[in-house]
Design a protein. Structure first.
Length: 273
């Protein structure tokens, strides 16, 4: 989208300052962020630019469709005003990601949870009393999951899920079975890879992973890779590259030690029998 907007502006022989002035935007950086892919496009803004550039026909229809799709994330975020800050942290990072790598140490990651599993996890958390409605929070978490099937730019998603997160304590047999079946189904998506880390696996140089974390890679190389570490009280958001490299190394160790995608799929299916 950003590259095409820049090309259309240049074809119209307009400078960035001229565009900002004619469209009536207060901030000159707005156009730059759109053209560099550092801001998700708003449909009204895109329509203003296309009108100014004189874009019609198929090119216009395609760009409008992309802008509408990008707006879906904003709409569902606004639709769930009681979404906790913790979940909003994840949602906003997921919305701009090209690649997402997650490790589930004791829990299945939120993007892979069924409604019943999510409800149990949310209701049992110490912060549950802060929520006005568990059902609304569950619906928000389910809304986040649409990112995995977003067209045309769903992120590449890879999860390594510890065996104890899949088969361990904390849920009923019925909820567990449905959750395992859901994991097996999601693993069939072309952009989704799910690997199971068996309890008997040795990770790296006898490393013991003890908490879940997520790594977000963005399309714009100027946006730093970001790690979110899950804790009981809050999420730790890390963007300094030394920390990111350390977690990337751990994720590589986990990937090397986990079952590959095909064997993980078979293992999940075996748990249902």
């Amino acid at each position: 989208m950003g590259t095409e907007l820049r090309r259309l502006r240049e074809l119209a022989r307009l400078t960035g300052d001229q565009v900002v002035e004619q469209v009536g935007w207060a901030a000159k950086s707005k156009l730059s962020r759109l053209e560099n892919g550092r801001s998700r496009p708003d449909l009204a803004d895109i329509l203003d630019l296309l009108d100014l550039y004189g874009v019609r026909g198929r090119d216009r229809d395609q760009l409008v469709a992309i802008a509408r799709d990008a707006g879906n994330t904003r709409r569902w975020l606004r639709a769930y005003p009681v979404m906790t800050a913790r979940q909003r942290c994840y949602a906003e990072l997921e919305a701009g990601s090209a690649r997402i790598f997650e490790y589930g140490a004791s829990l299945v990651p939120g993007l892979l949870q069924t409604p019943d599993y999510a409800r149990l996890r949310i209701a049992s958390a110490p912060a549950c009393a802060e929520l006005s409605s568990v059902d609304v929070e569950v619906a928000a978490r389910m809304g986040r999951q649409s990112i995995l099937s977003r067209h045309p730019d769903a992120p590449r998603y890879e999860a390594i899920v510890d065996e104890q997160a899949v088969t361990g304590r904390g849920c009923t047999a019925a909820i567990r079975a449905t959750q395992i079946g859901h994991l097996a189904t999601l693993a069939s998506l072309p952009n989704v890879t799910i690997r199971v880390l068996r309890n008997c696996s040795i990770v790296g140089p006898n490393f013991v992973p003890y908490t879940g974390f997520s790594i977000y890679h963005f399309a714009d190389p100027e946006d730093p890779e970001t790690v979110v570490v899950e804790t009981l009280a809050r999420e730790l958001v890390l963007s300094d590259q030394n920390s990111v490299r350390r977690y990337a190394q751990v994720f590589d160790w986990l990937r090397e030690s986990a079952l590959d995608a095909d064997r993980s799929q078979r293992w999940l299916e075996d748990q249902l029998h």
